[in-house]
Write a protein that binds this ligand. Structure first.
Ligand code: FES
Length: 270
């Protein structure tokens, strides 16, 4: 085993944070990305061992989420949002310019191991489109020129600070934070900018407030009654859904059903 005993100890520490230990899988994978550089085959095995689940279950999670990588990532993961709004505001142009400038394609790393480029989906930062991320820190209102300057700074080892966040660390350091081991950067930089707060400012100026909840929906009795009604509906839905199969079983062999499990049409057109 090449995974250090200290890392395995921290994996167990993460697992102990949750009432259901398998809930710890996501931060555990982040920790292994920090220590190993990506989700290795051994990382999958050790997660399965610590959580007492199968390697297939771990692998299913690790291959579902795009933040988990199955091959080494550069010191700086550079994301370019090419979702609809960012794309029309210049995200597509930025991505093309960076591919040319760095000499890599999507999800590829420069030869010096500094930068991995990836097009990413909407980061819920559309008010600052087009948006880029570096190790998941935001860089707002980018242009092809500012994007090139940004990756050049990263490659040169210059100190780079996010538009609404902290100074940029390495990808491995950022992965450790995502695993739940904070560093000293949490309070660096602003958390929200004027565009995100415009609605709040307007509401305060005009004294707009959310409607008060009605008394009916807030009493414990009302909530309990609502839950009971939902539960009753669910049970009756199950009963209805189960009835065709019951009928089929009692009426004859399963070969009377179609291959998709439905009963044959009354008109016998199949
Ligand atoms: S479309 Fe880019 S952040 Fe939403």
């Amino acid at each position: 085993m090449t995974i250090a005993p200290e890392t395995v100890g921290e994996l167990r520490e993460i697992a102990a944070r949750y009432p259901q230990s398998r809930s710890a899988l996501l931060p555990m994978l982040h920790l292994l990305q920090s220590s190993e550089g990506f989700v290795t085959a051994e990382a999958i095995e050790v997660c399965a061992d610590v959580l007492d689940i199968s390697a297939a279950e771990v692998s299913g999670v690790a291959t579902f989420y795009t933040m988990y990588k199955r091959r080494p990532v550069g010191d700086y993961h550079v994301g370019v949002c090419t979702n609809t709004l960012c794309a029309v505001m210049g995200g597509d142009l930025i991505f093309e310019r960076l591919k040319d400038h760095l000499g890599v394609g999507n999800d590829e790393t420069t030869d010096d191991g500094k930068v991995t480029l990836e097009h990413i989906e909407c980061n819920a930062a559309c008010d600052y489109a087009p948006v880029m991320t570096v190790n998941w820190e935001f860089f707002d209102n980018q242009t092809p020129e500012s994007a090139v300057a940004l990756v050049d700074d990263l490659a040169a080892g210059n100190v780079v600070t996010a538009t609404r966040g902290a100074r940029v660390c390495t990808w491995r350091e950022a992965e450790r934070v995502l695993a739940g081991f904070p560093d000293d950067r949490a309070d660096d930089g602003p958390a929200a900018g004027p565009a995100s707060l415009a609605g709040l400012k307007l509401a305060r100026e005009r004294n707009w407030r959310a409607p008060e909840p009605s008394s009916e929906s807030t009493t414990g009795d009302a909530i309990a009654a609502d839950q009971a009604a939902k539960s009753s509906r669910t049970e009756s839905d199950v009963a209805v859904a189960a009835s065709p199969a019951d009928t089929a079983d009692s009426a004859g062999p399963k070969s009377d059903s179609n291959s998709d499990g439905k009963a044959p049409d009354a008109g016998g057109t199949h």
